[in-house]
Design a protein around this ligand. Structure first.
Ligand SMILES: NC(=O)c1ccc[n+]([C@@H]2O[C@H](COP(=O)([O-])OP(=O)(O)OC[C@H]3O[C@@H](n4cnc5c(N)ncnc54)[C@H](O)[C@@H]3O)[C@@H](O)[C@H]2O)c1
Length: 346
């Protein structure tokens, strides 16, 4: 297949590395607004600093060529503010598209993409990679098989070991839209339940640039799900112990935890308990390596038309509404129904 990647930055390079190694990709075109970055990525493949599959040919192309060339699939990893225009251009060009989360920087631009996608036949896959992580996949299967009994409580954790660069924060949308949105998406996907309301709190206890951008760096939230299940969430930009992503599901007969394994950055206070003993995960790239690979493998199938998109713009909009409600709730110190921010049960 011929796949074109748009955006060879931090996340784009990770997807380029994966795509270059997949036997299903014969031709890999790389485009970036900064043409030097695209050329540098191709050079890295040529010099085998990015190991590629034996038959993969890589080349740098201008961004406009990415649409004119009519590749079999487009992978958009440009900054969030560029996503909506690029996805709509891909849909209008009839090219199957994978776009990193989030779909756009706000609800109205996300809705624009959803409307354009809903009227087209072109598949669009959004990059919520946790849906491909083996732990979340098996937790969802256990719940669906009835292994937990009836679901009663869920707890979600995302801890970044250190904050992103100061310049990233003002355009990030804030911690709920930028970071917890992964938890909101996976909560819907694993439980199959929609969210009714959110009651959130947040504080700024770290760098001043969070506060200056109207953002916070430590948050908690209580989330009410449609069947009455109660969920709690916490997220931090300062989890110095390591990169910590977990989801606990408690049912009437059993409990299961995603992300509790040898590299979980947590230590037991109990005497004689050594687990976990591994080196804590340092970042999202290493923690979700398997998930990112499966996500790209699936996109090749989506682009080939053999499977439907596993994460649509509509799914991304649903997760964004939860983030909107959480942000409003923590600003106004009150519970917010999803309907108040425009979200409603589909
Ligand atoms: N799923 C995840 O876990 C995850 C993790 C990190 C980032 N992301 C998402 O990935 C996206 C990219 O983030 P990043 O950290 O790689 O950003 P980045 O700034 O490192 O890279 C963006 C690249 O896009 C290029 N670019 C800018 N505008 C362009 C345009 N119009 N056309 C072509 N190229 C353009 C820039 O030159 C740069 O090389 C963001 O939307 C972010 O939310 C997702």
């Amino acid at each position: 297949m011929h796949i074109t990647v748009i955006g060879a930055g931090r996340m784009g390079m990770a997807h380029i590395e994966t795509l270059a190694s997949l036997p299903g990709v014969g031709e890999l075109s790389i485009a970036d607004r900064d043409a030097d970055r695209a050329r540098a990525a191709v050079d890295q493949i040529a010099a085998n600093r990015i190991p590629a599959h034996a038959t993969t040919r890589a080349r740098a192309v201008p961004v406009d060529a990415a649409f004119a060339d009519r590749a079999d699939g487009l992978v958009i990893v440009a900054p969030t503010s560029e996503h909506a225009d690029l996805v709509i251009r891909a849909i209008d060009s009839g090219i199957p598209v994978f776009c990193e989360k989030p779909v756009a920087e706000n609800v109205s631009r996300t809705r624009l993409v959803v409307e354009r996608w809903a009227g087209a036949t072109v598949p669009v896959q959004i990059g919520f990679q946790r849906r491909f992580d083996p732990g979340y996949v098996s937790a969802r299967a256990a719940l669906q098989a009835g292994d937990l009994g009836s679901l009663r409580r869920v707890h979600l954790v995302t801890g970044d070991p250190k904050p992103p660069a100061a310049e990233y924060i003002p355009t990030s949308g804030g911690i709920f839209r930028d970071c917890s949105v992964h938890d909101f998406d996976i909560l819907r996907w694993v439980t199959g339940l929609e969210v009714d309301y959110v009651f959130a709190a947040g504080v700024n206890r770290g760098a001043e640039f969070f506060g200056a951008a109207g953002d916070v760096d430590e948050v908690v939230a209580m989330i009410g799900l449609a069947d009455g299940t109660l969920a709690t969430l916490q997220a931090s930009r300062y989890n110095g112990a390591g990169y910590d992503v977990r989801m606990e599901l408690a049912g009437t007969t059993a409990q299961i935890t995603v992300g509790l394994e040898e590299r979980t950055p947590i230590r037991s206070a109990e005497a004689g308990v050594a687990f976990p003993t591994g080196k804590p995960w340092p970042d999202f790239q290493s923690r979700f390596q398997t998930a990112y690979r499966r996500e790209m493998e699936t996109f090749l199938d989506v682009a080939a038309g053999t499977v439907p998109s596993p994460c649509t713009p509509q799914d991304a909009l649903a997760a964004l509404y939860i983030a909107e409600a959480a942000d409003l709730s923590r600003r106004e110190h009150r519970p917010v129904m999803l309907a108040e921010v425009g979200g409603s049960r589909p």
